[in-house]
Design a protein around this ligand. Structure first.
Ligand code: ATP
Ligand code: MG
Length: 584
């Protein structure tokens, strides 16, 4: 048991005592389905009713990322939900960048978010949208609020505003600027935009109720001053709307019917509804909250993932150990595996932590049904086949079920097997090669280990084995050979650098303790020099394989080397073959 296992079993036993501790995927899966693929969760129930009662003729949802980082596994859930329900109910889903914070945003994030959504298999309605394209309308509506007596410019200092907001136990205190005249407010608001005030010197606030039991309703800030260039609007604006102001109104502008967001926005819903009502819309969008996706050992916060990139802990947002969509794509995870995962997790209002084994199970399922098989030796040990009369060309199917054709498997008197498949002091139950013992070479013959050759330090460097030539495709006469090992012909082998990944964090909750950086797994990347069967010489970057007995792998890149040398092949291990998760 590795040190993490004991921690894990504590969580699992907690989960058994308290079923809310871990989200139960089975619950959602067992529900009735809209169609045979998707379970009917509470959101799909609401939409079904809204269509049945004629409240809406057609639904429109949106996926609204802030372009301040790369998307991660948590966003995959939101994407699958928003685009998924739009597809299932013949509606539309917009992609909208909620770009109200220009100092944290950039074009690279925008480009990659679009790439990620597309890669997951979804298509947004029309062009990508931007909250910033609505800035003029939002500004005009702020003026309308001031004219209605629903907003005012506050000139208190930021610390005063914070202090006077009160807290859960004490009501807030009205600002001395709260009852300024409409004209003063209009003048000041326009001056904010004209650059008359320094950042922090003035804000526009909604005039709601400083004693409201919900702190978010205590005259929330709608606009702040920010003398910053915006990636879409340049230097047009000196003031930028707050997310809480821009979001509901952008939803309304786009005719969103169901605005699906995570539970932390529940307390913001009264403000969402207040703004929609004050501006006035015939068909107001409805905000519905669902629980965030949390997965064991996985960090799902753009801000924290950004720290990993900036501090060089990983090699970029697309490092294959990252739970970003870019990282998972490079790691070799498949879009259909990720969609299947989200479907099995389901949608609810119950917070919980999902077993990372479920994610890996879904990815393996998807690969099992698609990845061609091949042989690769990760830790090569030379074996001389002393009695093989001549080189041979064997062949085998690329996939046991799918019709992916056959591949040639050359066999000569020099091959590689994995060091781990030979033992001089075998533990009990060891079925692979031992001195004097026999084993089957996968898709080939039974061999016997006659001699073990060692270097000066006593390390095994070569085995000499005889071949039973009467065992191709049949059992040997009069004896049973149980073990089967994979191998690669040495004369035709392709060399490759293989990257083996382990979890980036060694705690189930990576945020446990003071600083998540302390929970990093120092052994999350191991690089080995492997030998691959000849057919992999044709592989292209992005192709996925199952290396028999080893796991699933993807060609990361084929980089050119010095003239005359063959190009360098870099391969990522997607996952090994050991499934920890058993579906119910
Ligand atoms: P982060 O905390 O990582 O920055 P965020 O919520 O600020 O995430 P946004 O770009 O605002 O990131 O997210 C876009 C959408 O994705 C939002 O509707 C948000 O609710 C949803 N989302 C973000 N994280 C998760 C998660 N872990 N599970 C489900 N949905 C999520
Ligand atoms: Mg956010």
């Amino acid at each position: 048991m590795n040190p993490n296992e004991s921690e894990r079993s504590v969580t699992l036993s907690l989960a058994l005592q308290n079923p809310q501790h871990i989200q139960q995927p089975a619950e959602a899966v067992s529900n009735a389905a809209v169609n045979d693929a998707v379970p009917l969760d509470f959101i799909r129930h609401i939409i079904t009713d809204d269509l049945a009662t004629g409240k809406h003729q057609k639904i429109i949802t949106r996926f609204p990322p802030e372009p301040n980082g790369y998307l991660h596994l948590g966003h995959v859930k939101s994407i699958c939900l928003n685009f998924g329900v739009a597809d299932e109910f013949a509606g539309l889903c917009n992609l909208r960048f909620d770009d109200t914070n220009p100092t944290a945003e950039n074009q690279d994030y925008i480009d990659n978010i679009q790439k990620d959504v597309t890669w997951l298999g979804f298509k947004w309605s029309g062009e990508a949208r931007y909250a910033s394209h609505y800035f003029q309308t939002l500004f005009d509506w702020a003026i309308k609020l001031i004219q209605q007596g629903d907003a005012y410019v506050d000139l208190q200092r930021p610390e005063e505003i914070k202090l006077n907001r009160g807290n859960f136990y004490t009501p807030g205190v009205d600002s001395p600027y709260r009852d300024a005249s409409m004209d003063d407010n209009l003048t000041r608001f326009k001056q904010m935009q004209q650059g008359h005030f320094a950042p922090g010197a003035a804000v526009l606030r909604a005039k709601i109720d400083m004693a409201h039991s919900n702190v978010h309703m205590r005259d929330p800030v709608l606009y702040r001053i920010l003398h910053a260039e915006h990636h879409q609007t340049g230097d047009t604006w000196n003031i930028y709307p707050m997310y809480d102001y821009a979001h509901p109104l952008s939803d309304a502008i786009e005719g969103i019917t169901h605005s699906l967001c995570t539970l932390e926005f529940e307390d913001h819903r009264p403000l969402y509804d207040w703004l929609i009502e004050k501006i006035g819309f015939d068909l107001p969008p409805r905000q519905i909250e669902f629980s965030r996706l949390n997965v064991e050992y996985t960090l799902t916060s753009k801000r924290k993932l950004k720290r990993l990139v900036e501090e060089g802990v990983v090699q970029g947002w697309d490092d294959p150990r990252m739970p970003t969509i870019a990282g998972m794509r490079r790691r070799g995870f498949t879009p259909d595996g990720l969609r299947d995962f989200c479907k099995r997790v389901g949608v609810s209002k119950q917070d919980g932590v999902v077993d990372v084994g479920l994610l890996e199970f879904c990815i393996r399922q998807s690969l099992e049904n698609s990845a061609p098989r091949a042989m690769a030796v990760l830790n090569p040990l030379k074996v001389t086949l002393t009695t093989l009369p001549a080189s041979q060309r064997l062949s085998h199917a690329r996939h046991p079920q799918l019709d992916l054709g056959v591949r040639d498997i050359p066999l000569s008197h020099l091959i590689y097997i994995d060091h781990a498949d030979f033992s001089e002091n075998p533990p009990k139950g060891f079925k692979r090669l031992v001195p004097g013992g026999e084993v089957r070479l996968r898709h080939a013959y039974v061999v016997r280990c006659d001699e073990v050759i060692k270097d000066a330090n006593g390390a095994v460097i070569e085995l000499r084995c005889s071949v039973d030539l009467d065992t191709l495709g049949k059992n040997p006469e009069g004896r049973k050979v149980k073990g089967v090992i994979h191998w690669v012909d040495a004369n035709t082998a392709i060399s490759a650098e293989v990257r083996l990944f382990e979890r980036l964090f060694n705690k189930i909750d990576p945020e446990q303790g003071d600083d998540f950086m302390q929970n990093l797994n120092p052994d999350s990347l191991k690089i080995v020099q492997a030998k691959l069967e000849q057919s992999l010489g044709q592989a292209q970057a992005g192709e996925r394989f199952q290396f028999e007995r080893e796991g699933y792998f993807i060609v990361d890149e084929i980089s050119p080397t010095a003239a005359g040398d063959s190009p360098k092949l870099i391969i990522n291990r997607i996952l090994d073959l050991k499934d920890s998760f058993k579906p119910v």
